[in-house]
Design a binder for this molecule. Structure first.
Ligand code: NDP
Ligand code: HSE
Length: 437
C-alpha cells in the first residue's frame, strides 16, 4: 500500500528474543501499519553483537546488520531508535545520543530506566524527542500508557502487581504440586521460563526495576531501583506454601507501590518487592503460570486490574510495536508524547515505616507460660496478634502467628527478640501478609 508520504525510518538495536519478533511483526503487518500510521515504516539498520549469527528465517536483508550501534544511531536517515539490547551501558550512551539529537526512542530496557531513567528523560527534554517504554514493565500488558495518560486526571494511591513471570510460574507450581523451590525452579528452567542464571528474577531485582518504573509514573516522582525495598523468593518453602493454604492463602512475589503519610505526616511513597501471602479471594491470587497482573487503585477510578503475558518475544514485541506506531504518528503530526511528569518530588518512605502484616512460624518448647512469653514480645513492640495456631510435637510445639498491621520496623524488632528467647528453638519462616486475610 502506498501512502504517498516518505517512510518513517527505524534503527533497531538488538535482534534477540524481543528484537527478532519486532522484525517479524514489522514485516508481517507492514500494510496495516502503513495504513494506521499514514506512512510506511522502513527498517534501515540493525545493530547486534554477532552479525554473522544464524537468525533462522527472519524476514530481513542480511545487509542491514552492523556491530556499530552508535554509528547507526547517529545516521541522518534514522528517525526512530528501538533499543532491545538491555543493560546500562552502552545502551544509555546510544539512547542519550538519539534523544539529544531529536530522534524518537522506543525501549524495553527496564534495568536502565530504573537505574537512570532521569538521564534519558532529561535527554528527551533537551532534544524535544519522544521516549516510549511500554514493553519495559509487564510485557504485552498495556499498563504504562494508562498510568502515563489515561489516569492523569486521577490520583493513584496504590499499585500492587505480579510483574515477574518466572517467579510467578515457580510459586504457582509450588502451590499446585507442593514442590519445593529447587524443584519448581528446575521445571521453570526446563520449560524455558527461567534463564540459565535466574538471580535477577528469583532475588527480585527484575521486579524491583519494574516497581521503580511503575511508582515513578503513578506518583509523578522519580523513583529508582535503589529506592525499592527488595526481598527475593528463594526462602519460600513448601511448608510456607502449605501453611498459606491452611489459611486460605497463596504466596506471590508482589511489587507494592503506595503513597501515604510518613512518620512525620508528610506525603511520601513506599515501594517494595517481596513474597507475600494473599487470600485466595484476592484478584491477584488466581494469576497463575508465567502471567503478570497489576492492580491499580485510584481515588476516582477505584480498582483497576491489568492482566496478560508479561514476558516472551512476541508479547513483548507487541508492546514495542505499539510504541513505534505512536512515535511514528507523532513525528508525522509534528507533536510529542507526554513528557516525564515528576513534579511531585515525593520523598521515599523507608521500609521500616511501611505498615504490613506478618505470618511467623516458630518452633517453641511446649510448656506452661511459653505462649504468654511470646505474646509479651509482640506487646512490647506494639504489634497486635490477629491469630495463633499451635500444633504439638512431643516436648516442642509449632506456633503460627499472624499479626495485625504494624510498621515493618516493629515487626522486625519483634522477630529479632523472639530469636533471642531460649524457649524459641527456631523461627521457621517469616512472611508478609497482604490483603484482607
Ligand atoms: P536477548 O539477549 O535475547 O537479545 C539481546 C540482543 O542485543 C541480541 O541481539 C544481541 O546481539 C544484542 N546485543 C547485545 N550486546 C550488544 C552490543 N554491545 N551491541 C549491539 N548489540 C548487542 O535479550 P531480550 O530480547 O530477551 O531482551 C532485550 C530487552 O528487552 C532487555 O532490556 C530486556 O530486559 C527487555 N525485555 C525482555 C523480555 C523478554 O521476555 N525477553 C520482556 C520484557 C522486556 P546478538 O544477537 O548478536 O547476540
Ligand atoms: N525475566 C522476566 C520475567 C522477563 O520472568 O518476567 C520479562 O521482563
Amino acid at each position: 500500500m502506498s501512502s504517498g508520504k516518505p517512510a518513517v525510518r527505524l534503527a533497531l538495536l538488538g535482534c534477540g528474543t524481543v528484537g527478532s519478533e519486532v522484525v517479524r511483526l514489522l514485516h508481517d503487518q507492514a500494510e496495516d501499519l502503513t495504513a494506521r500510521i499514514g506512512a510506511p515504516l522502513e527498517l534501515v539498520g540493525i545493530a547486534v553483537r554477532r552479525p554473522g549469527r544464524r537468525r533462522g528465517d527472519l524476514p530481513v536483508d542480511p545487509g542491514l546488520f552492523t556491530t556499530d550501534a552508535l554509528g547507526l544511531v547517529k545516521r541522518d536517515d534514522v528517525d526512530v531508535v528501538i533499543e532491545v539490547v538491555g543493560g546500562i551501558e552502552p545502551s544509555r550512551t546510544w539512547l542519550t545520543e538519539a534523544l539529544g539529537a531529536g530522534k524518537s526512542v522506543v525501549t524495553a530496557n527496564k534495568a536502565l530506566l530504573a537505574e537512570d531513567g532521569a538521564t534519558l528523560h532529561d535527554a528527551a527534554t533537551r532534544g524535544d524527542a519522544d521516549l516510549y517504554y511500554e514493553a519495559s514493565v509487564a510485557g504485552a500488558i498495556p499498563l504504562l500508557r494508562p498510568l502515563r495518560e489515561s489516569l492523569h486526571g486521577d490520583r493513584v494511591t496504590r499499585v500492587t502487581g505480579i510483574v515477574n513471570g518466572t517467579t510467578n510460574f515457580i510459586l504457582s507450581s509450588m502451590d499446585a504440586t507442593g514442590a519445593g523451590f529447587g524443584e519448581a525452579l528446575e521445571e521453570a528452567t526446563d520449560l524455558g521460563y527461567a534463564e540459565a542464571d535466574p538471580t535477577a528474577d528469583v532475588e527480585g531485582f527484575d521486579a524491583a526495576a519494574k516497581a521503580a518504573i511503575l511508582a515513578s509514573l503513578a506518583f509523578h516522582t522519580r523513583v529508582t531501583a535503589a529506592d525499592v525495598f527488595r526481598e527475593g523468593m528463594t526462602g519460600v518453602t513448601a511448608a510456607d506454601v502449605a501453611s498459606a493454604k491452611e489459611m486460605g492463602c497463596t504466596i506471590k512475589l508482589l511489587c507494592i507501590a503506595e503513597r501515604g503519610p510518613d512518620s512525620t505526616g508528610q506525603e511520601s511513597v513506599s515501594v517494595r518487592v517481596h513474597p507475600a501471602m494473599i487470600p485466595r479471594s484476592h484478584p491477584l491470587a488466581s494469576v497463575g503460570d508465567a502471567f503478570n497482573a497489576v492492580f491499580v487503585e485510584a481515588e476516582a477510578a477505584g480498582q483497576l486490574m491489568f492482566y496478560g503475558r508479561g514476558a516472551g518475544g512476541t508479547p513483548t514485541a507487541s508492546a514495542v510495536l505499539g510504541d513505534i506506531v505512536a512515535a511514528a504518528r507523532n513525528r508525522l503530526a509534528g507533536t510529542r508524547a507526554p513528557s516525564e511528569s515528576a513534579y511531585a518530588h515525593l520523598p521515599i518512605r523507608p521500609i521500616g515505616e511501611a505498615v504490613t502484616r506478618y505470618h511467623i512460624s516458630l518452633d517453641v518448647a511446649d510448656r506452661q507460660g511459653v505462649l504468654a512469653t511470646v505474646a509479651g514480645v509482640f506487646a512490647k513492640h506494639e504489634v497486635s496478634i490477629a491469630t495463633v495456631r499451635q500444633s504439638g510435637r512431643d516436648e516442642d510445639a509449632t506456633l503460627v502467628i499472624v499479626t495485625h498491621g504494624a510498621p515493618d520496623a516493629n515487626l522486625a524488632a519483634t522477630v529479632e527478640d523472639l530469636r533471642s528467647l531460649d524457649i524459641v528453638r527456631s523461627i521457621a519462616s517469616v512472611l508478609r501478609v497482604e490483603g484482607g486475610v
